[in-house]
Design a protein around this ligand. Structure first.
Ligand code: GAP
Length: 454
């Protein structure tokens, strides 16, 4: 069963070096987390799995890695300056601030007072000054979504790759939101990562592609160990849609604190490309919001036959990396009763997500022959390019197995006297079944490759 409480996950994440509170030694910075030695591996593996599925395994998607600091003009025409807000209330009694839509019974969650101000809009974008003079005129925003740079680079990518819709641009990167009430561990934070695809399609084909992407994303989450039975689809009602969306389907996950959004899949129409385009009146844009007097680009595609210009529609699957890490951790977590009366904690990650793929353990800590052979085996396995292979010499194999169960290492390889003196075999121990098997060193690479394929 997945973890029943967030506390168990937070404790394991800290104890084993997955996730730490940011600036903890100074009391912590609210809404920020740091990924430790195993957390960075898990997060990188999740991002790599997304990139593989979205870019490498398709032939209609290109990648991008754009700047985080964003020109205010971009975020003015995208609509974020005017509308990227949450409703905020102040408690007059204890002075705490809350998101109005997160309150129950109009009561302050801190002190219980009902003496609250009227809700007012609070813009969630962080600003920073650019250049040596901080006079307030030269500033940039830390992007609140990675998507906007995909739109502003649309023409660059189109011209440099000769793509035509349907095609997509994928990006993984940091986004920042000055959340009023960050909470639930890494679920709602102020600095996080997104994995976003903007998939450009001819107008009229958008609804079919929207359905395609909802299914494709559910399949992908399943391949990460998050089964459909833990997911729900939420068709966002019209009055809750973001300012750019014609239709949004949220993929909701059963997090330890409740069912909440893991990924949003939106039909952004021609809103963004249209908004960033000059001379919009020359184009047939359905979602024109404002006349753009700053842009020098026409973010459109020319029909080669009749020479008319068309602004593509956009389907956007947008997933949170941190929420993904939390979902994957939660699904992988289990506490098992053992036959000897004890128990063990296991993170049963899919092998491609496991932070450490194989741990190589010498049976005797100070035995030169065993240690040298174990190091050699580690180096040879490392060369397979499967991810991190760890050589670990503590001399306590039983404890090593328990620790590697708890961090989700699929295989442990123990090097012993039989390896060096007898038949050059090692013991391979399986995380999930705890079964042990002798495997010849010669056959080990193929064996490990096969066992780690998921
Ligand atoms: N470009 C579209 C967009 O940004 P969103 O629904 O606001 O849409 C997409 O965000 C995803 O980013 C969410 O589904 C969630 O996984 C993640 N996300 C958004 N805000 C977050 C926050 N404060 N902390 C962690 N993840 C967040």
């Amino acid at each position: 069963m997945p973890a029943s409480t967030m506390e168990e996950l937070v404790a394991l994440a800290k104890r084993r070096g997955f996730i730490f509170q940011s600036s903890e030694i100074y009391g912590g910075l609210q809404g920020m987390y740091d990924y430790g030695p195993l957390g960075v591996e898990l997060k990188n593996n999740l991002k790599a799995a997304w990139w593989r599925a979205m870019v490498y395994e398709r032939d209609d998607v290109e990648g991008l890695d754009a700047a985080i600091l964003t020109l205010p003009t971009t975020l003015r025409y995208s609509g974020h300056e005017a509308t990227f807000t949450d409703p905020l209330v102040d408690c007059r009694n204890c002075k705490a601030r809350w998101r109005a839509d997160h309150l129950t019974d109009a009561k302050c969650p801190g002190c219980g007072s009902t003496d609250l101000t009227e809700p007012r809009d609070f813009n969630l974008m962080f600003k920073t000054s650019v250049g040596p003079v901080d006079d307030g005129t030269s500033f940039a925003y830390l992007r609140p979504e990675t998507a906007q740079a995909i739109f502003t680079n649309f023409k660059n990518v189109l011209d440099s790759t000769s793509r035509r819709p349907p095609f997509g641009i994928a990006q993984i990167g940091k986004a920042f939101r000055n959340e009023i009430t960050p909470r639930n561990f890494i679920f709602r934070v102020r600095e996080f990562e997104q994995m976003e695809l903007e998939f450009f399609v001819p107008p009229g084909d958008d609804e079919g592609w929207h359905e395609h992407w909802v299914e494709a994303r559910l399949d992908w989450w399943e391949a990460q160990g998050v089964p459909r039975s833990s997911l729900e689809l939420y068709h966002v009602p019209a009055d809750e849609l973001a300012h750019y969306s014609k239709a949004t389907v949220d993929v909701m996950y059963r997090f330890p604190h409740g069912v909440e959004e893991l990924e949003g899949i939106a039909n952004r129409t021609d809103f963004d490309l249209g908004s960033h385009t000059k001379n919009q009146d020359e184009l047939n844009i359905s979602a024109k919001v404002t006349n753009n007097t700053h842009s020098n680009a026409r973010l459109a595609v020319q029909d080669l036959q009749n020479k008319t210009w068309q602004v593509p529609y956009v389907i956007e699957p947008s997933a949170g990396v941190d929420r993904g890490v939390l979902a994957v951790l939660n699904e992988a977590y289990r506490v098992e009763q053992l036959d000897n009366g004890g128990e063990r904690t296991v993170l049963a990650f899919k092998p491609h997500l496991a932070p450490i793929k194989v741990a190589v353990l010498p049976l005797k800590k100070n035995h030169d022959g065993i240690v040298a052979r174990a190091k050699e085996i580690k180096q040879n396995l490392q060369k397979l390019g499967l991810g991190r292979i760890l050589y670990e010499n503590t001399g306590n194999i039983g404890k090593g197995y328990r620790r590697h169960d708890e961090v989700g290492t699929p295989l442990c390889v123990t090097v012993d006297f039989q390896t060096i003196e007898d038949d050059d075999t090692v013991t391979v121990r399986d995380r999930d079944t705890m079964a042990q098997e002798r495997v010849s060193v010669e056959a080990l690479a193929d064996y490990v490759r096969a066992r780690l394929a998921d």
